[in-house]
Design a protein around this ligand. Structure first.
Ligand SMILES: Cc1ncc(COP(=O)(O)O)c(C=O)c1O
Length: 417
């Protein structure tokens, strides 16, 4: 049975129903989210994060724009960022006349390298945008106190880490604001959509005001997102993947490796030459998106439980295969136990591209992160970030996989050496 890299966290009937209602009732579905729906988000976010402010946005990038604008930073202020993210996050920083500096990551928890962070904090940045990766949890206390000592504000992008915690406290609640992208494949996936959580006070009020200034959503764009989700959901369904998607991908790969890579590679590009940010970044979140986010927030704990079980099974299989001689860096038992959520299960290999090829031949389609190395795109080379892109591969986790399936994946991996 062929194995896909991931799955959409919606059921097929859910995507199908949503598509039908968005076509039959575009006025209702693609209307701006209502005040009641926004209040329901505030209540749900308060229950989970204990923050008073939760504001819905169409994209995380729009949320970042709102938070940075709300901070009223003078033009030319430095924004420190961890470099793995989508291009538009960088476009937003540049569009506000702010200057980006990058801090390298470490390869244990994929958080910022503390030495590199402390060095960069000496250069008086105004704010640090910290993106947690793959559900892993870095030493948040050290990061928070380093920022506080340097008097640098902290924005957390916890799109990969919803449900993760440090010392029992949810990620996203340590800084001035936390941003979550509900884009496809996330644990909470709202056909795009996003939300920002923040403490009470002026910053929260300004973020709310920014959301009120957004334009009406376009029904066509919303329908496009739902259709896209349905198509991927179908293509990644275990049976469809085995019978149709994998054979089609194999054909495409045989004829055009470039097309294959385009299809499975990053879908969001970076354009630093933009005079103006695209107008759709500033279209309000639609009712159907916020209702989907609310539904999946309600199901998050059960999803986290299932995901944890899958990760434990994979981890045990990995330990078994490793005992027979294979040597990899893989999730440390501390991470397995700590408040992390295994949005991905990365494993270090010598050459991710080669391993990916071998696994594909053995009917396991996976790869490395599709997020960009924004430092490299800006002409800055950071060794650990480069290593993450070149030497880490994601082990697919699925609720339908059994112990023997994971053993098969790891044996295939170990056959590459
Ligand atoms: C960590 C992270 N941050 C931000 C984003 C971008 O979010 P959006 O497309 O909602 O702007 C993504 C998208 O995949 C992401 O993975």
């Amino acid at each position: 049975m062929a194995i896909a890299r991931g799955s959409v966290q919606h059921t097929l009937p859910e995507d199908f129903r949503t598509l039908v209602s968005s076509v039959l009732m575009p006025g209702r579905c693609a209307a701006r989210a209502s005040l009641n729906e926004r209040e329901a988000l505030r209540v749900a976010a308060h229950a989970r994060f204990h923050t008073p402010t939760a504001v819905a946005f169409p994209y995380a990038r729009t949320g970042l724009h709102a938070v940075l604008s709300a901070m009223r930073l003078p033009r030319g202020s430095k924004v420190l960022m961890t470099p793995i993210n989508v291009g538009p996050m960088l476009e937003v920083v540049a569009s506000l006349g702010l200057q980006t500096e990058f801090v390298d990551i470490e390869l244990e928890s994929f958080g910022p390298d503390l030495e590199s962070l402390n060095r960069k904090l000496q250069e008086s940045p105004a704010v640090f945008v910290l993106t947690y990766l793959f559900g892993y949890v870095p030493n948040v206390s050290s990061i928070v106190s380093a920022c506080a000592d340097a008097d640098v504000r902290l924005i957390e992008d916890f799109s990969h880490n919803i449900g993760s915690s440090w010392d029992g406290r949810p990620l996203g609640t340590f800084g001035d604001a936390g941003i979550f992208s509900a884009s496809m494949l996330k644990y909470v996936d709202g056909y795009n959509g996003a939300f920002v959580i923040a403490r009470e006070g002026q910053l929260g009020e300004r973020i709310e005001a920014a959301a009120e200034r957004l334009n009406a959503p376009s029904p066509r764009r919303i329908q496009g997102r739902i259709l896209n989700s349905l198509v991927w959901n179908l293509a990644l369904n275990r049976y469809v993947f085995n019978l149709a998607t994998y054979p089609v991908l194999a054909l495409i790969k045989a004829f055009s490796r470039q097309r294959f890579n385009e299809l499975l590679g990053p879908s969001i590009s970076l354009d630093l030459e933009l005079d103006e940010l695209p107008a759709f970044y500033f279209e309000d979140i639609a009712s159907i998106q916020l209702r989907t986010i609310l539904r999946h927030l309600g199901e998050l704990d059960e999803l986290l439980r299932i995901r944890h079980e899958a990760a434990m099974l994979a981890h045990d299989a990995l330990v078994e295969v490793t005992a027979s001689g294979a040597k990899w860096d893989f999730p440390h038992p501390n991470h397995v136990r700590a408040g992390q959520t295994f949005w991905q299960f990365p494993i270090r290999v010598d050459d991710a591209a080669r391993v990916r090829d071998v696994l594909f031949r053995k009917k396991v389609e996976t790869g490395t992160t599709n997020l960009m190395d924004l430092a490299e795109a800006s002409g800055v080379s950071l060794p650990n970030t480069r290593a993450l892109k070149a030497e880490y591969i994601f082990v697919p986790l699925h609720r339908h996989l059994r112990y023997r399936d994971y053993v098969r994946v790891f044996r295939a991996l170990s056959s590459v050496g």
